[in-house]
Every structure is written in structure tokens, then in C-alpha cells.
Write a protein that binds this ligand. Structure first.
Ligand SMILES: [Zn+2]
Ligand SMILES: [Zn+2]
Length: 371
């Protein structure tokens, strides 16, 4: 195996990526070096790339990206199994968490690993060990104790690459929101997360799934992922009319669960309004700090509603996400979630093509990079 590899180093918003040849790291006990086979451009990557929120970048740039899959290139001392105790060897296909709950804080102690405040460390640059800290590169360094799972042979990489971010985030979020058999649900946003949420909700036994978006092609895709009803913002521009429409589809009550997968704060009060009394709102999309919205909290009080914020997930989700795909790969067109694949060399083009903000439509659902 070569002792170096290539990485796309991000220089900052507006500056794009530049390629560097980096040394492979010496492995600490418990670490794993992974050869990345497919890395997706996630919505949050676009936020960074665009510069939606201030970023403290390392002086020598930053290797980022987190939604990915790969093969074990080297096992660090002491690693013989995956996180379920199954034998693990070089060349095995794996999916893994890209964040690291510390296990030594008040939050971890209370069993809330997804909420651990230390799970994402400070961003390190490509000249600082372990160098390979992001998906847009030939290798990824899974730190000691990182959660890793073997991938069933029946699943192709294009289905597996969304597992460690979008799909697991969705499954964990719906579990936290308490989505139950027979529930009705509103999904705001038919991007990568929203589409998978429609399918997961169906699999969890939701009786009625409603998807809201403004791009007709995405809404059509939402229907093929199990949505019963789609609501096109451009056809129904009045917010009150949209809320009424959701009530009409839910026997006048409103939805049991509504979720933000858009990441545009003004959708939040509307989603909360679409809930029934006692319903739960799941907030996942808004990751850029400092963006606010006017909101009347008395609607929570008088409506006995809850809001739950979720970022990332507890690692138990990953094997269940893989099972979900094995079980349902013929039922829904997961192959269409990664709509475009680019060689890693074309990462600047892939990001530019994925840009949706301020555009009417885009043909890209999710772009993938193959190192
Ligand atoms: Zn992501
Ligand atoms: Zn912790």
C-alpha cells in the first residue's frame, strides 16, 4: 500500500478545494484507517462551503465531509472486530460514525451519546495528526473507540454512503420524536433527509405521510419514497392555506409529528402549526447559527406541543439503518438518492452543481465523490 494519499483541502468559502498529497498516519491502538470508496455532498457541507455561518478554519485548510463509506485499509493494534463483535479484517466494507461521543461527561453518563457536547472536536488541518479527518479524501482515520460496522454484501456503496449521516439521523430523530404505529406525519423538505424520512416513517408504521417542498421533481420523488400527499409551496403560497390543507388530510386534527429537514428558520412556526394538540416537532434542518425567526411560544403552551432538537445519532442506529436498507431496497428507489457521481478531482464542480440555494430547481438530489 502507498504511504501517501490524496485529499481535497478546503481553503474557505468562495475559495474552494485544492488537492494535497498527505502521509498515511501511524495507527494508534484501537484506530482504523479506512479507504474511502464513496463520499456524499451533504446539505451541511454546502452550508460550510457557502459560508452560511462563520467558520474557524485551520490555517492550513480543512478536510471535511462526513457522509461516506469505505473499506478497512489498516487495523490499528488491538482491533479485531466491529462494534457488534463481528470479525473485522482488511478489505472489509464498513460504515462508521464520523463523531466521537466522549463517554466521560455528564451527558454521556446519562446515556445521551448523541447529545455529548464533546462528540465533535475542534477542526484540525491536514498537517496535524491524524491528517485524514474528513470524507473528501482517499482515506479517513477512525479514531480509537470509533463506532464501526460491517456492511452486508447485498448493499451497493451508493445505498450505503448516506447511512452514517442522513439515514441514521432520520431514524434517530423519528425515534426521539416518538413516531408511532398509525401516526400521521408532516415532512418539511424533500431533500436527502426528507425523502428517507418518508420511507422510514412508512417502515415504522406511519399511516399518513405528507411532504412539503417547492420543487415538483423532488415532490414526485417523495411520492415514490412513500409519501401519501405532497404539498407544493408554489401552488399553495399562502401559509394558512397550507396548514388548512394538512388539517384536511388528517381528519381536521393536524399531524402527530412534523419535522424540519429544510434548514430555513421561517418554516419552523408553520410546521409547529401543522401539528395536532399534543404533537411533537422534530428540528433537524437548522444547523447554521444566528439565523432566527419570530415565534409565539404560547402556541406550544395552549397546544401542549413539544419541540425536539436532534443532531447526529446514537450509534445503535447504524446496524438498524443497514437492516432497513436490506429489507426495503426493492420497495423504495434508494439508488436515486445519490443522483450524480463525480471523481474526487472534480469536487469543485460537484459542489457548484449541488448548490440549490436561491435557485428554482436543481436536478441534483445528492452528489457523490469517488476517490
Ligand atoms: Zn451530513
Ligand atoms: Zn460525552
Amino acid at each position: 500500500m502507498a504511504e501517501t494519499g490524496r485529499a481535497a483541502v478546503f481553503l474557505g468559502p468562495g475559495k474552494g478545494f485544492e488537492f494535497r498529497e498527505l502521509a498515511l498516519p501511524a495507527l494508534e491502538p484501537g484506530a482504523i484507517l479506512i479507504r474511502v470508496t464513496l463520499a456524499n455532498v451533504c446539505g451541511s457541507d454546502l452550508h460550510f462551503w457557502r459560508g452560511d455561518a462563520p467558520l474557524a478554519l485551520p490555517a492550513d485548510g480543512w478536510i471535511f465531509g462526513h457522509e461516506m463509506t469505505g473499506r478497512v485499509a489498516r487495523l490499528g493494534p488491538g482491533v479485531t472486530t466491529d462494534s457488534l463483535g463481528r470479525p473485522l479484517g482488511e478489505g472489509n466494507r464498513v460504515v462508521y460514525c464520523y463523531f466521537y461521543p466522549c463517554g466521560r461527561c455528564y451527558v454521556c453518563l446519562h446515556g445521551q451519546r448523541a447529545a455529548c457536547p464533546n462528540k465533535v472536536g475542534r477542526a484540525t488541518g491536514p498537517s496535524e495528526f491524524p491528517y485524514w479527518v474528513g470524507a473528501f479524501a482517499e482515506y479517513y482515520y477512525l479514531r480509537p473507540g470509533g463506532f464501526v460496522f460491517r456492511v452486508p454484501d447485498t448493499l451497493p456503496d451508493a445505498l450505503v454512503s448516506p447511512v452514517n449521516c442522513a439515514l441514521s439521523q432520520v431514524i434517530f430523530g423519528l425515534a426521539q420524536a416518538g413516531l408511532a404505529f398509525g401516526d400521521s406525519m408532516v415532512i418539511q423538505g424533500a431533500g436527502g433527509l426528507g425523502l428517507q424520512a418518508a420511507a422510514v416513517a412508512r417502515d415504522m408504521g406511519a399511516a399518513r405521510v405528507i411532504v412539503v417542498d417547492q420543487v415538483p421533481a423532488r415532490l414526485a420523488l417523495a411520492r415514490s419514497f412513500g409519501a401519501d400527499h405532497t404539498l407544493d409551496l408554489t401552488e399553495l403560497p399562502d401559509r394558512r392555506a397550507r396548514v388548512r390543507q394538512v388539517r384536511d388530510w388528517t381528519e381536521g386534527r393536524g399531524a402527530d409529528v412534523a419535522c424540519d429537514f429544510v434548514g430555513f428558520p421561517p418554516v419552523v412556526p408553520e410546521g409547529i402549526e401543522m401539528l395536532r394538540y399534543g404533537g411533537t416537532y422534530l428540528e433537524v434542518g437548522c444547523i447554521s447559527r444566528g439565523r432566527t425567526v419570530d415565534f409565539d411560544p404560547s402556541s406550544l403552551v395552549w397546544g401542549s406541543k413539544r419541540i425536539i432538537g436532534v443532531v447526529m445519532y446514537d450509534p445503535w442506529v447504524i446496524p438498524r439503518a443497514l437492516d432497513f436498507l436490506v429489507r426495503n431496497r426493492a420497495r423504495w428507489p434508494f439508488g436515486r438518492l445519490v443522483s450524480h457521481t463525480y471523481p474526487l478531482e472534480q469536487i469543485n464542480t460537484a459542489f457548484a452543481d449541488s448548490e440549490w440555494h436561491g435557485r428554482e430547481t436543481t436536478t441534483i438530489t445528492r452528489a457523490a465523490l469517488a476517490p
